[in-house]
Design a protein around this ligand. Structure first.
Ligand code: FES
Length: 165
């Protein structure tokens, strides 16, 4: 993931035993990242369950990045880009839109709810929209529960450990 940068990280403040979703938010550099920044400097209240990764364009987010995020334990992944017709690289976000639709189908094959992946357009002036998008997504993932791939892996490990004793 050479052109993405790790920008912010906040550990969710979880009450003991309470599920706190872990969200990865890929933001394009020219619009959505600036929108996220605006939400931050405007001190808009948001859950701290998300990690922002900056990519030059939403189209730079490779499907592999998304799949790897889920495989590594993300409960939800968001891809945020410029509004249609506003992409800095002309048509990157149209490509992203098609790619996300395909990825959602792929997630279903893996047994993941496709709604764990969300695409949204957020411009540099839409700090409020960024805030609302994050809040809604965190809540929807909270309702869905933890990433079932990770849960299944934990159960497998526990079963194997039991057999070896
Ligand atoms: S630069 Fe923002 S989606 Fe392409």
């Amino acid at each position: 993931m050479s052109s993405t940068q790790h920008e912010t990280q906040a550990a969710p403040a979880a009450a003991e035993g309470q599920f706190e979703p872990r969200i990865i938010a890929f933001c394009c550099n020219w619009c959505s990242y600036a929108g996220a920044d605006l939400a931050g400097v405007s001190r808009l209240q948001m859950p701290t369950n998300f990690l922002v990764l900056r990519a030059m364009c939403s189209a730079r987010v490779d499907p592999e990045h998304v799949l790897r995020a889920f495989a590594k334990g993300a409960d939800g992944v968001m891809v945020l880009g410029c509004h249609p017709a506003d992409c800095h690289y002309i048509g990157g976000n149209y490509r992203t839109r098609r790619r996300i639709a395909l990825l959602k189908m792929l997630l279903e094959q893996y047994g993941l709810d496709p709604n764990r992946l969300k695409l949204e357009w957020v411009s540099a002036s839409e700090g409020l929209k960024f805030q609302a998008t994050i809040k809604d997504f965190v809540e929807s993932i909270r309702e869905m529960g933890p990433n079932p791939l990770i849960e299944a892996e934990k159960e497998d490990k526990a079963a194997r450990a039991k057999h070896t004793h």
